[in-house]
Design a protein around this ligand. Structure first.
Ligand SMILES: Cc1cc2nc3c(=O)[nH]c(=O)nc-3n(C[C@H](O)[C@H](O)[C@H](O)COP(=O)(O)O)c2cc1C
Length: 129
C-alpha cells in the first residue's frame, strides 16, 4: 500500500463525514499511503487516472434505500461523472456516517456504483451487515 495515491472523497453537511475522512486518512498515512481529502462539492472534473485507491464517503440520508434516495445529491452527481471503466483495476471503498439506521446501505449503494465502474473491493464485514 505504501506510496499509493489515495483520494478520500467526501460530502458533509454538519462535518461528521469530513471528520471520518480525516481519521481514515490518518490511518492510511500511517501505512505510508499518500491519502488526501477532497470535498465532493469542490471537484469540478474528477480525474482518477493516477489514483490507485478511491474512498468515497457520504452521510446517510433517508435510510439509503437506494442510490437515488439515500445518497446526497453531491456524491450522486460526482459518481455519475465516472465513465463505465473509470475505476478499472483500482481499489475502491465507501464509508458513511449516520445517527440511527441506513449507514451500511449508503455504503453498499456507493460500493455498488464504484464496482460497476470497475473498482476492486474488499469486504471484511460480517455477513448480513
Ligand atoms: C436530510 C437528512 C436525512 C437523514 N437521514 C438519516 C437516516 O435515514 N438515517 C440516519 O441514521 N441518519 C440520517 N441523518 C443523519 C445524518 O446521517 C447524520 O447526522 C450524519 O452524522 C450527518 O453527517 P455530516 O455531519 O457529514 O453531514 C439524516 C440527516 C439529514 C440532514
Amino acid at each position: 500500500m505504501a506510496g499509493l495515491n489515495a483520494p478520500i472523497v467526501y460530502h458533509t453537511v454538519t462535518g461528521h463525514t469530513k471528520r471520518a475522512a480525516e481519521d481514515i486518512a490518518d490511518g492510511l498515512r500511517r501505512e505510508g499511503v499518500s491519502a488526501h481529502l477532497q470535498a465532493a462539492d469542490e471537484i469540478a472534473t474528477w480525474n482518477v487516472a493516477d489514483v490507485a485507491l478511491v474512498l468515497v464517503g457520504s452521510p446517510c440520508h433517508a435510510g439509503s434505500v437506494a442510490l437515488r434516495a439515500g445518497i446526497p445529491g453531491t456524491i450522486r452527481s460526482l459518481l455519475s461523472k465516472l465513465g463505465p471503466s473509470a475505476l478499472a483495476g483500482k481499489l475502491g471503498g465507501a464509508f458513511s456516517v449516520h445517527c440511527a439506521y441506513g449507514g451500511h446501505r449508503a455504503e453498499r449503494a456507493i460500493e455498488k456504483h464504484i464496482a460497476s465502474r470497475g473498482a476492486i473491493q474488499r469486504d471484511d464485514r460480517p455477513a448480513g451487515v
